[in-house]
Write a protein that binds this ligand. Sequence first.
Ligand code: HAM
Length: 431
Amino acid sequence: MNDSKIKAPRGTFDVLGEQASARTALEARARAILEGAGYERIETPTFEATELFARGVGESTDIVRKEMFTFEDGAGRSLTLRPEGTAPVCRAYVEHGMHKRRQPVKLWYLSSFFRHERAQAGRYRQFWQVGAEALGSDDPAVDAESITLLATLLGEMGVRDLRLRLSSLGGPESRGEYRERLQVHLRAHEQSLSEDVRDRIELNPLRAFDSDHPGTRTVMESAPRLLEHLSDEDAAHFEEVRRLLDATGVPHEVDSTLVRGLDYYTRTVFEFTSDALGAQSGVGGGGRYDRLVERLGGPATPGIGWAAGIERILLAGDGSETEGAATKGGGQPVTAGLVELFVALEDQGPDARAAAFALVTEARSAGLTAQMDLGGRSLKGQLGHANALGARFVAIVGETETVLRDMQTRVQQPLATDSVVHAVLRGQHDL
Ligand code: HAM
């Protein structure tokens, strides 16, 4: 009998002791932040039809070309251990007819994923991600909210030396034209490129921006940039995302070389990196995928989201959250549906929107569960939404002042927008 020791497969690990507690604390923070912002938990199966990722993530990506754990079931169907969560969430959105619900539908997950990559510190073959997806709105405020929530989570987990890079990939039309322009540039310098990049000039020329190969890097320095070739609509969308991030004080750098490794992205893309991580510096990233639901057989539905690696957050974090979890109430789930402050807009003017967005973010930083309507509805529609959520207070942000309404007593008072959070906290205290 062979009785040699059996070890865990390469690139996998056991979660033990302190690591298990750190993960529990991280999950509790993620849940508090995301459920407080109206995201609902979703769990999809560990494996899916291979076709989902081939079509969703894209045939030309590294993930689909060489990193999937694929096997056949007894009946000859091809199945794949999920390498990422966005395509499965979109599949579930279509399968459960979620387009009939109030949009955007906001979903979050914390699950394990599988990629056959070269294992090293911070890069595993089974790893965990926390992710958030908002489907059904192309409003730039949804982009800004999504990015801000990840910034908050990483900040609260004490991730060190954090940077946020941001770009826009435009819509399919501007991207198609740009692709051709880039292919011309790459072909003109073909002999200086790495073999891998040369092989992908036809299939996926944008990935050349991710190459470490010195010759390729030199060629890419003079390559045309997509950000300079956006359509007017895409450029305006990107400007608005940046303006809203500025309004909430989330620092970011525009990086026109950011392309991301998955094919479904349109418009906004972003990545948080931490220098504390060394080579695997990506802590979390995401972007818009306005065509993905359609590509999976659903109705045309815009979407945006992100995922962040649990192991990388813990590696780059300063551990403060784990210690604080017990005292800060980090283990307590937010009561589903409890909204302490709902921020409504009297009109959809850009300044009022930025003020409302900043107010929601400020309220969340103060520990309140706060939401705003991201569907561009009328004031009446927004108040209906606030009622349906059972909001305790509603702030109606106008051009010159904000009116705070106590939904229990029906008492209203006009206030300066920057004293709303204080008034809500005081109001709660007086109950
Ligand atoms: P991704 O950039 O491939 O995006 O992965 C997101 C995060 O997962 C990375 O930033 C990293 O922290 C972690 N990660 C990825 N691969 C590994 C690995 N082999 N070992 C450890 N950690 C890893 C996505 O997966 C998209 N689904 C994100 C998204 C959501 N886009 C829109 N919605």
